[in-house]
Design a protein around this ligand. Structure first.
Ligand SMILES: *[C@@H]1O[C@H](CO)[C@@H](O)[C@H](O)[C@H]1NC(C)=O
Ligand SMILES: *[C@@H]1O[C@H](CO)[C@@H](O)[C@H](O)[C@H]1NC(C)=O
Ligand SMILES: *[C@@H]1O[C@H](CO)[C@@H](O)[C@H](O)[C@H]1NC(C)=O
Length: 283
C-alpha cells in the first residue's frame, strides 16, 4: 500500500505532511529535530528540608553539626536517538561563595577557604564528587542514553547535599584542649545545573539552573558543660532554592578539577599576628 494519501502529487511536501501526521517528525521542513530541540524537562523540583541544623556535643574534642538537605530532582524525556550518539544527562554543582568561620573568643578564628574563589580568580568551583567530573555523582545523579534508541526514554535524575563537619572546641594550632570555640558562621552559595552532554562531541546543553544558599549561625558558650554550649541562631529555616527562569552558563572551573573539597584550606587567623595554614589543599 502506498504510504501517501491519494489526490496529492508525490512531492516531498506530501511525504512531509504524511510523516508529520504519523508522528514521525515534528518539523514541516522534513528535517528530524535535533537532540537540542527535542530533549524535554517534564518536571523539576528543588527544596531545602525544613528541619533546623542539628548540633552534636557528645565529643569532648569536636562539635559536630548536620545541616538540612538541599534536594533537586527532574523528570526528563529524551526522544529516540537516531545515530550512535551517547548522551549523559545529570546534575553539576559549583560553589560560588564561601564564608565558613569558627571564632575562638579573643584568640582569633579558623576559616575554611577556597583561595582562588576568595581572591576572585574564579567565578565558581566544582562541587563534583572528585571522581566523576563534571558530574555531582554517578548513581541517581546521572543517566546515560546510548543510541540508537527507537523509543522515548524517560527518567528521573536526583541529587542532594548537606554539610556534616566537625569543629574543634580548642584553638586548632594549639596543643591545648581547652574549649574556646565561641561561635560558628557559615554562608555558602551554590549553583546547580541540569545538563545534557554529548560524550563524543562534548556538546553541552544547560536544561535547568538552580541557585541555593546555606546559612548557619551558632552561638557557643565554651565555659558551659559539654551538651549545653551551643545555641542555633537565625536563620533556623533556610531560604528555599530558586529555579531560574533563564539558564545561566556554566563557568569553566565548575567542570574540571580540583573540586571544592580538594581545594579548600583551613586557615588560622589570629586577632594579632599573621595567618597560618592549618590544613593545606589536597590537590
Ligand atoms: C516533584 O514533586 C511532586 C510533589 O511532591 C512529586 O509528585 C513529583 O514526583 C516530583 N517530581 C520529581 C521529578 O521528583
Ligand atoms: C561510579 O563511579 C565509581 C568511581 O569512579 C565507579 O567505581 C562506579 O563503577 C561508577 N558507577 C557507575 C554506575 O557508573
Ligand atoms: C525522583 O527521585 C527522587 C529522589 O529519589 C524522588 O524523591 C522523587 O520522588 C523521584 N521522582 C519521580 C518522578 O520519580
Amino acid at each position: 500500500m502506498s504510504p501517501c494519501p491519494a489526490g496529492h502529487s508525490s512531492s516531498l511536501w506530501t511525504l512531509c505532511v504524511w510523516l508529520h501526521a504519523m508522528g514521525c517528525i515534528q518539523s514541516i521542513r522534513c528535517k528530524p529535530r535535533s537532540f537540542r530541540e527535542s530533549i524535554m524537562v517534564l518536571e523539576v523540583n528543588s527544596s531545602i528540608d525544613q528541619n533546623p541544623t542539628s548540633i552534636d556535643e557528645t565529643s569532648s574534642v569536636v562539635l559536630r553539626y548536620r545541616t538540612p538537605h538541599f534536594r533537586a530532582s527532574a523528570r526528563v524525556l529524551v526522544p529516540p536517538v537516531a545515530g550512535k550518539e551517547t548522551w549523559t544527562v545529570g546534575w553539576i554543582q559549583a560553589c560560588s561563595h564561601m564564608e565558613f568561620y569558627n571564632k575562638y573568643g579573643a584568640k582569633g578564628m579558623s576559616s575554611w577557604e577556597l583561595p582562588d574563589l576568595r581572591d576572585g580568580k574564579i567565578e565558581a568551583i566544582s562541587d563534583s564528587d572528585g571522581v566523576n567530573y563534571p558530574w555531582y555523582g554517578n548513581t541517581t545523579e546521572t543517566c546515560t542514553i546510548v543510541g540508537p534508541t527507537r523509543k522515548d526514554t524517560k527518567f528521573n535524575v536526583s541529587m542532594n547535599d548537606n554539610f556534616y563537619p566537625s569543629v574543634t572546641w580548642g584553638v586548632p594550632v594549639s596543643d591545648s584542649n581547652l574549649p574556646q570555640l565561641s561561635s560558628i558562621w557559615r554562608d555558602q552559595s551554590f549553583t546547580t545545573w541540569l545538563v545534557a552532554i554529548n560524550q563524543a562531541t562534548a556538546e553541552t546543553l544547560v536544561l535547568q539552573t538552580i541557585r541555593w544558599r546555606m546559612r548557619l549561625h551558632v552561638a557557643i558558650d565554651p565555659d558551659k558543660p559539654l551538651g549545653q554550649r551551643a545555641r542555633l541562631l537565625e536563620p533556623v529555616a533556610q531560604e528555599q532554592p530558586q529555579i531560574l527562569g533563564k539558564n545561566e552558563p556554566i563557568p569553566p572551573n565548575a567542570m574540571v578539577k580540583p573540586n571544592a573539597n580538594d581545594a579548600q584550606v583551613l586557615m588560622w587567623r589570629p586577632k594579632i599576628g599573621d595567618p597560618i595554614v592549618v590544613i593545606p589543599p589536597k590537590y
